[in-house]
Write a protein that binds this ligand. Structure first.
Ligand code: SF4
Length: 353
């Protein structure tokens, strides 16, 4: 079991992060925030996919003014992503968002006092989101490449600014688009502060490469007990980010829930269409919230062993032949298609709870 680093508890809407609270999954919409209908529709889709905190970009006043209406129509905490403007940050808070994220690299220091005053009054936490692509110019100096140490310098400076204003309801992130720089930054910072950390490899790339990169980066930090919320950043449908986020947390046993599939890669011994079956099972099991382990195995070599450890299993026993297991016991043997229907039927019976 991973021993998680204890951080300060921060309340985001009706959820808490830090302390012993579970690592939560965030994502971000890619609709124009000012288009309330489209944004709400996407947030609802992401909620269904398992997103627990949603962030929306606030590029202008029209978007900021839409936040109140969006918030009323969704069920998960709403975070406003603010760059450049204290006015937008204040409007977002007036609209009732649950958290704001500011980027110190482009946020006017003069505006901090104003937003802190309002955040304190409304009990809204602030994430200081450092990004290697937009570090403060005076820290970067004449250097071309941003180092982890520079990112930490920015974080510590901005934490101090907030603390000097009497504000400690903070969450910190230190994202870079590569694993090593990001990991070093988070590791060093986690020894210096008690605030919860939001993890992510920023601009990680497309669905495939970004998934690998994020899994290594976020996963390695989580393994060290670092991280209170995560966002997988992909140039893809945000629902995919949520899916990958869940897989990362489930594979580290940090969260349970939903289907966990154990399936073999197939080989010359494979008797059944494992790859196709796995896809079908994933789609019929998308409603499941409780933990359910399903094994889909091509033959009996490892199939019976994996089947014994799963809640439900389908194991190939010969060409187009299979057996069905439930709670570790063999229940039925038969043709591949009949066994598949049996497995699907069992999964469909599981309530959507
Ligand atoms: Fe091959 Fe059987 Fe292993 Fe699947 S379980 S990879 S079919 S040996």
């Amino acid at each position: 079991m991973i021993k998680r680093r204890k951080t300060k508890i921060v309340k985001i809407g009706n959820l808490k992060i830090g302390g012993d609270f579970p690592v939560l999954i965030q994502s971000m919409t890619n609709t124009p925030t000012s288009n309330i209908e489209k944004t709400v529709r996407q947030i609802k889709e992401l909620e269904r996919a398992g997103c627990e905190i949603i962030r929306v970009g606030v590029p202008d006043l029209k978007s900021a003014k839409a936040l109140g209406k969006i918030k009323k129509k969704i069920n998960i905490p709403l975070v406003a992503d603010i760059h450049f403007s204290a006015t937008l940050a204040c409007e977002a808070m007036v609209q009732g968002v649950d958290k704001i994220r500011i980027n110190p690299g482009n946020f006017p220091k003069a505006g901090l006092k104003e937003i802190v005053k309002l955040a304190k009054k409304r009990k809204i936490p602030i994430r200081i989101g450092i990004n290697s692509g937009s570090l403060e110019k005076d820290i970067l100096g004449k250097k071309e490449k941003v180092t982890s140490e520079m990112m930490i310098k920015s974080a510590m400076r901005n934490i101090k600014l907030m603390e000097n204003l009497g504000f400690k309801d903070l969450v910190i992130s230190l994202k870079a688009p590569d694993v090593l720089r990001t990991m070093k930054a988070y590791e060093l910072l986690s020894n210096k502060i008690i605030y919860p950390l939001h993890l992510g490899i920023t601009e990680a790339g497309g669905e495939f490469s970004g998934t690998v990169k994020s899994s290594i980066g976020i996963g390695s930090l989580l393994l060290k007990g670092i991280g209170d919320t995560i966002r997988v950043s992909l140039s893809a449908d945000p629902a995919k980010e949520v899916k990958v986020g869940w897989e990362i947390l489930k594979s580290l046993d940090l969260r349970q829930g939903g289907i966990k599939i154990v399936s073999c890669p197939t080989c010359a011994r494979t008797g059944i269409k494992v790859i196709k079956i796995v896809k079908e099972i994933e789609s019929v099991a998308s409603h499941i919230k409780k933990p359910l382990k399903v094994a889909i195995m091509g033959c009996v070599v490892n199939g019976l062993g994996e089947g014994r450890e799963a809640d439900l299993a389908m194991v190939g026993t010969g060409p187009s032949l299979a057996l069905f297991m439930k709670n570790g016991k063999i229940i039925e043997r038969g043709r591949e298609n009949d066994i598949l229907q049996k497995l699907k039927g069992e999964i469909k019976k599981i309530p959507n709870l």
